[in-house]
Every structure is written in structure tokens, then in C-alpha cells.
Design a protein around this ligand. Structure first.
Ligand SMILES: Nc1nc2c(c(=O)[nH]1)N[C@H]1C(S)=C(S)[C@@H](COP(=O)(O)O)O[C@H]1N2
Ligand SMILES: [Mo]
Length: 221
């Protein structure tokens, strides 16, 4: 006789489901919001994808690209693109909200979830902020919580294709719940800090956090 009071914990389906839970399978990365509230205040929808940056558009091949993760972390990282690709891969679909008032729905991204990056570099207890440094000299700052958002990732692909240079390839950050200036293109270095360090636009009048739902566009807002 089998003991029917014990749930089956060692059958194949249970083991698969446990593995899926560990791997986050079926996570879409989509924040559920009623359709009527999907567009943040003051935004309009666009179907194309505008290019916005400082005008440098650095040309970094995947072969030359490196990712340097340093500062208040227990495990500094220096990855080639190949090593970066060997990390857990995630696919998220999310909306873009640019401070210049355009929004673009349903962007499909592939890459490394920031949560998996955090698991690899292990920020110290003291770490509170993250600064992204890009190949065009651009910087932007985030709190560790915003960086760790469940739908944030270091993206190498968009719509199933390698991220184009003009949109920040080989690798850009994507933080869907904040205005798009926080999503650094041509990512080069990720620095963990105990204190905040406002980035390029943040010292030029943009809001330090940039929540589109609260219309945190400029620092006086
Ligand atoms: N490295 C870098 N990242 C950047 C910028 C930049 O000038 N340099 N501009 C930011 C701004 S203001 C916006 S709106 C988005 C634009 O991204 P896109 O050109 O892919 O639309 O990138 C953000 N990330
Ligand atoms: Mo922007």
C-alpha cells in the first residue's frame, strides 16, 4: 500500500516544475496593468523606434566587447561576450517610455536578467546604488532596488535579432519601469556604490529616479 497522505515529491512532473520555478520558466517579465492604464500620463504611442543618444554611436563588435562589474561587490566580474552569453538567458516583453513623451509597446528582449547578474556579482551589504558607464561616455544612476526590478535585463537581442548598434548593441540595459534614459546603451561598466552618484542627464536637470507613472521627468517635478 502506498501512503496517500504524502504528496508525490519525486515524480518527473514535480521535478520539472521545480526546475522551471528555479529557472523562472514562463515568466514573461510583463507587469500586469489594465490596458486603459498602460500608457503613462503625458505619453503618446509610437510604432517606430526613435534613436536618441548623445550622437557618438560607438562601434563595438561582440568580439571586442567586455563587461566590467566592480565596486561594492564580493565577486567582481570581467566577461567577454561569450562568457556573458553563457549566463542564464531570459526573455522579457516590455514597454518603452521615453521622457520626450513617446512610448513603444511590446518590445521583446533577450539577455541576462539583472537579478541573475546580482546573483553572480553579489553586491555587498553596503551597496545601495548602481552607475552604468557606457562606451560613449554616458552614465546613468539607479538605486539597487530599481536595478534589481524583476523585468530589468542586460539585453543583447531585440525581436529575436542582435541589438542594433544604433539602439545600443552589443549590450544595453533595459529598465522598463523607469523612463528610457535610465536604460544605458553600449554598456561597458557597472559600478556598485554605497552612495548615489547622479549620471549624465541627472546632473543636467532630469529627475534622479524617473518614474513615468509619477511623471518624474525633471528634477523640479
Ligand atoms: N550610452 C547611452 N545610453 C543612452 C543614451 C545615450 O546618449 N548614451 N540616451 C538615453 C536616452 S535619453 C534614451 S531616450 C534612450 C534611447 O534609446 P534608443 O535610441 O534605443 O531609443 O537611450 C538612453 N541610453
Ligand atoms: Mo530620452
Amino acid at each position: 500500500m502506498t501512503d496517500e497522505s504524502q504528496p508525490p515529491t519525486d515524480n518527473k512532473l514535480t521535478r520539472s516544475k521545480q526546475r522551471w520555478a528555479r529557472e523562472g520558466k514562463f515568466l514573461t517579465g510583463k507587469v500586469v496593468r489594465p490596458e486603459a492604464q498602460r500608457l503613462p500620463p503625458g505619453q503618446h504611442l509610437t510604432r517606430d523606434w526613435p534613436v536618441l543618444d548623445l550622437g557618438q554611436s560607438p562601434n563595438i563588435s561582440r568580439e571586442r566587447w567586455r563587461l566590467d562589474v566592480y565596486g561594492a561587490v564580493d565577486q567582481p566580474i570581467f566577461w567577454t561576450f561569450e562568457q556573458f552569453l553563457a549566463q542564464p538567458q531570459t526573455q522579457f516583453v516590455s514597454d518603452i517610455h521615453c521622457v520626450t513623451t513617446w512610448s513603444r509597446y511590446d518590445n521583446q528582449w533577450n539577455g541576462l536578467a539583472t537579478r541573475d547578474l546580482l546573483a553572480a556579482c553579489r553586491p555587498r551589504e553596503s551597496a545601495r546604488f548602481v552607475v552604468l558607464h557606457s562606451h560613449d561616455g554616458y552614465t546613468t544612476n539607479l538605486s539597487l532596488e530599481d536595478f534589481a526590478a524583476e523585468d530589468a535585463l542586460l539585453a543583447h537581442s531585440w525581436s529575436g535579432q542582435p541589438l542594433e548598434q544604433e539602439h545600443g548593441g552589443p549590450v544595453r540595459l533595459v529598465v522598463p519601469h523607469l523612463y528610457f534614459w535610465k536604460s544605458a546603451k553600449w554598456l561597458q561598466r557597472i559600478e556598485f556604490l554605497n552612495q548615489d552618484a547622479p549620471g549624465f542627464w541627472e546632473v543636467r536637470g532630469y529627475h534622479n529616479r524617473g518614474d513615468p507613472w509619477a511623471e518624474q521627468r525633471y528634477s523640479g517635478d
